[in-house]
Design a protein around this ligand. Structure first.
Ligand code: ASP
Ligand code: MG
Length: 396
């Protein structure tokens, strides 16, 4: 019998109704596979056991340090694991709650952003053999000193992927309150559609370009282990989005589309420094400013920064004595698709769509899997919708 890891997010475990759906999903999966469940903390702040509520109990100034913050943050998932275990038992399933440490998740010492180093799967495997469902508290592990660590916000997805990889699972399912991954942010592109298939690379690229989908590390782990990752709704029976590599990682082959999604990031500013001086980049780095869309020419260098970094950026440029040109109120719009690599004409189609829509392109950058344009922020919606339509992402 194969193994399936099912992860349920905060909204899925928060209410009796959500947990009822959860019990149905687990019961169904357990008919044909050994199931390991991973849970997030219940609900969002101000729900009593949500991660932010728990963190709010210990003001950061003063005596609370990263170790104590991890110890309290991890409680949310532990509470959730017990509540879910009891619900599963009530439904007649054999289940046991486990903290991250009990599940054998060993991490480094980096509190708040710990990396999983190793998973000792003995206990999980024993449970599988005994026909028992382990309900693992997500988002946490234990370091070599025995101290509780957490994996960074949204880290329960990573717990699920890492357990899937360690157990050689056939599938990792991320259950959430939405039906899967969309072709664009629907608040910007109303025509956005649910995606039935995407590749790991596309989802990673989308996340890097501003779309919040799944915890990045979870996708990286699934990709590395070639385990299909499904994003599904706890509250419906829709198939959701199946994330695999281009070849399908065991799923039926789907020919790659050159462009599968449009990603957007608002709140950027463009900086153009006249005579190019690479010292500007070290100065930005020293000031802790992350730069993006970097173009260097013999006579000038251009890059973009987040609008909230602008005061620091201006100070650094002043100190350097640079007469920089700064264009505030910009946004980045990108097309993403693993199938675009080496296909001629994608940039031409993009340029044509934006020209037709009357959108000015201020700057561009690209990778093998994406092309990004900097546009005036007040034209972001027009640009995103034009690209979405141009590449046929809104359907027939
Ligand atoms: N509860 C944690 C958070 O809010 C982890 C997670 O939900 O994945 O970040
Ligand atoms: Mg999440």
């Amino acid at each position: 019998m194969g193994i399936i890891v099912q992860k349920f997010g905060g909204t899925s475990v928060a209410t009796p109704e959500g947990r009822e759906h959860l019990v149905q999903k687990v019961t169904k999966a357990a008919e044909n596979a050994s199931v390991v469940v991973v849970v997030s903390a219940m609900g969002r702040c101000p729900a009593p056991y949500a991660t932010d509520t728990l963190l709010g109990l210990v003001p950061c100034e003063g005596s609370a340090d990263a170790r104590e913050l991890d110890a309290i943050a991890a409680c949310g998932e532990i509470i959730s694991a017990v509540v879910v275990t009891v619900a599963l038992r009530k439904a007649g399933l054999n289940a046991e709650s486990l903290t991250g440490a009990q599940a054998g998740i060993i991490t480094d010492d980096c509190h708040g952003q710990a990396r999983i180093l190793h998973i000792d799967t003995k206990r999980l495997k024993n449970n599988i053999e005994a026909g028992k469902i382990s309900v693992v508290a997500g988002f946490q592990g234990v370091n070599s000193k025995g101290d509780v660590t957490t994996l960074g916000r949204g880290g329960s997805d990573t717990t699920a992927a890492a357990l899937g990889a360690a157990l050689g699972a056939d599938l990792v399912e991320i259950y959430t309150d939405v039906q899967g991954v969309m072709s664009a942010d629907p608040s910007i592109v109303p025509e956005a559609r649910w995606q039935d298939r995407m590749t790991y690379t596309e989802v990673i690229e989308m996340a890097n370009l501003g779309a919040k989908v799944v915890h990045l590390q979870a996708v990286e782990i699934a990709m590395h282990s070639r385990i299909p990752l499904a994003i599904r709704s706890t509250f419906s029976d829709e198939p959701g989005t199946l994330i695999t590599d281009l070849a399908g990682a065991g799923a039926p082959f789907a020919p790659p589309k050159p462009v599968t999604a449009v990603a957007t990031t608002a709140g950027r500013a463009q900086v153009v420094v006249p005579a190019h001086d690479l010292g500007v980049f070290s100065a930005m780095a020293q000031a802790g400013v992350s730069v993006d869309m970097i173009n260097v020419f013999p006579d000038r260098a251009a890059f973009i920064v987040a609008m909230q970094d602008l005061p620091v950026v201006k100070r650094v440029l002043d100190e350097l004595g640079h007469e920089a040109k700064i264009v505030e109120g910009c946004a980045k719009v990108s097309i993403v698709g693993e199938g675009m690599r080496g296909i001629p004409g994608i940039m031409a189609k993009l340029a044509e769509a934006l020209a037709r829509a009357g959108v000015d392109i201020l700057q561009t950058s690209d990778s093998h899997y994406s092309i990004s344009c900097l546009v005036p922020e007040n034209e972001l919606e027009t640009a995103a919708r034009a690209l979405h339509a141009q590449f046929g992402l809104g359907g027939m």
